[in-house]
Each structure stands twice: as structure tokens, then as C-alpha cells.
Design a protein. Structure first.
Length: 175
């Protein structure tokens, strides 16, 4: 039996997490599980009867499905890229037990707050997300508590491309 790698791609909203997660999954050859994509799929089942808000009931349901899916893949010995905010204390209790099933590595995305806010303004409307609340919260980016655990971690600035480069990130994950 092998021990798969769990690659956690984390960071505040609009810092390029989902794009990076898919790029890493393609480069490594494994699935990407993205919390927001799961939530969007759940919204489609509600036939437009959903109003997004921070901490809404659908967000809580998504949280459970997200971690169950990751656990299922790791127990099947599948290396996986898992993408979500993974903000500090909120996520850690669900993430720590997955370290027993995998080699856990963290990729923390960050971007200049002005760049991230502009991305929120420019991206297509997402039915499952309260993006407007991000724009209204002046301290969101400064107050974000990044994922932090005693595991290999790399910080990636996505303000204009990737620093370090995608090749350097993949090399870190394969090491």
C-alpha cells in the first residue's frame, strides 16, 4: 500500500487558487477537488432557489461533502489536489486527520489585495458565492488567517503569473 499526497491549495478569495489547483493537478497527473465547484454543482440542483451569503447552509453542506470526497480519494490511495480557502482554525480540525492518510503539502496563494478585488469585479457572476460581500469588507485580505500546519508549505504570489513558477511549485510538491 502506498501513501498518496494531499496537496492543499489555499488562500483568500480571488487569489487564483482554482486555476492553480487545476494547473497543478494536470502537471502532476491527479484529480483536483475544488470546494467552490462542488458548491456550484449543488446550487444547480436548487433551480435558482438560493441566495448566497457568508456561512449559508449550503456552504456548510459543501464543507462536509468536500472533506468526505477528499477522504474517499485518499483512502483509495489517490493523490489529490484539494482547493479551498482553508482559512486557519476553521479548516484545520478537518484537515489534520487527513495527514494520517497522506503526505500533506500546502500551497498558499496570495495576491495584492487590489488585484484580487479587481478579479472579483471582473469574474463572471457565480450563483453560489457572495462575492459582493468580499468587496464590501475592507479588512478581508489583511485579516485572512492562512493555512498553517507543520508540513511542507510554499507561498505563491499570483498577482501577475506565478512566483515561484509553476515548474518550481511542481518540483516542491514532488520533492
Amino acid at each position: 500500500m502506498g501513501k498518496p499526497t494531499l496537496i492543499v491549495v489555499s488562500g483568500p478569495a480571488a487569489t487564483g487558487k482554482t486555476t492553480l489547483a487545476h494547473n497543478l493537478a494536470e502537471a502532476i497527473g491527479c484529480p483536483a477537488v475544488c470546494r467552490d465547484e462542488i458548491k456550484e454543482g449543488m446550487v444547480h440542483a436548487l433551480d435558482g432557489r438560493f441566495e448566497p451569503a457568508p456561512g449559508d447552509p449550503l456552504t456548510r453542506r459543501t464543507f462536509v461533502v468536500f472533506f468526505q470526497l477528499i477522504r474517499f480519494l485518499l483512502e483509495a490511495e489517490v493523490t489529490v489536489v484539494a482547493e479551498a480557502a482553508f482559512e486557519g482554525g476553521v479548516w484545520r480540525p478537518n484537515l489534520e486527520p487527513l495527514g494520517d492518510l497522506s503526505r500533506l503539502k500546502i500551497v498558499r496563494c496570495q495576491a495584492d489585495p487590489a488585484v484580487a478585488r479587481q478579479r472579483v469585479v471582473e469574474r463572471p457572476s457565480r450563483a453560489a458565492h457572495a462575492d459582493a460581500s468580499l468587496l464590501a469588507s475592507a479588512g478581508y485580505y489583511d485579516g485572512f488567517d492562512p493555512a498553517s500546519m507543520p508540513v511542507p508549505t510554499i507561498d505563491v504570489d499570483t498577482s501577475g503569473g506565478y512566483r515561484p513558477s509553476i515548474e518550481e511549485i511542481v518540483a516542491f510538491l514532488r520533492a
